[in-house]
Unconditional design. Structure first.
Length: 223
């Protein structure tokens, strides 16, 4: 089961009060043990804490990160107190997994419980010819905090055929079947990046979280 404020099923008392939104741009973690967070995301803390670089979790994960470019640089925080994290004043959204899974764009991960298992997996149908799209999968029981550029929309893929730009899709249920639609004809009209359109197609029962952006714009060089 997956709980989120998007689903109106995260009432106070239903889930452990470990991750809390201080506001829409800042996460407050009530730390009594450990948490994993994006490197450099700490903006303040109260109490006693230690911050350590979090390795790749074995040679397999290290090679996946190196070959795919997916994943997020993490730090492991140990101690007791209040930890405040944020990333470029992006909007933050909380999910609580109960023996469930979520597929996430690694660049949108802010923090998660170390009880969750993480892995890097190729999006179904997104081989080399489709750009080799990889994402991070988190499974188990615990908290996940994601960021989005702007206020996102949560789409119920079970209601209708659902498609999203590959750069705009933040996360989706692992229960969904995901394919890739790619067309050159619509490249000038849909999407921004490479001049061609790549849409992810979702089928099944589950959700898709889509941000109001295709990622940061790379400024043009003036020299």
């Amino acid at each position: 089961m997956l709980r989120s404020s998007f689903f109106n099923n995260m009432e106070q008392g239903q889930t452990p009060g470990h991750f809390v939104l201080q506001n829409s741009k800042m996460l407050r973690i009530h730390l009594n043990g450990e948490a994993l967070a994006r490197q450099g995301s700490m903006v303040a803390f109260q109490g006693q804490m230690e911050f350590d670089y979090e390795g790749s979790g074995g040679m397999g994960k290290f090679l996946k990160k190196a070959l795919t470019g997916e994943g997020v640089p993490l730090m492991r925080v140990r101690g007791q107190g209040l930890l405040f994290v944020a990333n470029d004043a992006d909007d933050i959204h909380l999910f609580y997994l109960e023996n469930d899974g979520i597929t996430v764009n690694g660049s949108n991960i802010l923090a998660f419980d170390p009880t969750l298992q993480s892995d890097i997996q190729r999006v179904q149908g997104a081989g080399i010819a489709a750009g080799g799209l990889f994402n991070t999968t988190l499974t188990g029981t615990g908290w996940v905090a994601l960021t989005s550029h702007g206020t996102p929309v949560m789409l119920d893929a079970g209601r209708a055929p659902t498609f999203a730009d590959g750069q705009s899709a933040v996360a989706w249920s692992t229960s969904l079947q995901v394919g890739v639609n790619k067309t050159f004809k619509a490249g000038a009209l849909i999407g921004r990046g490479s001049g061609e359109a790549m849409q992810l197609a979702y089928q099944g029962q589950g959700f898709v979280l889509v941000q109001a952006s295709e990622g940061p714009t790379v400024p043009h060089h003036t020299h």
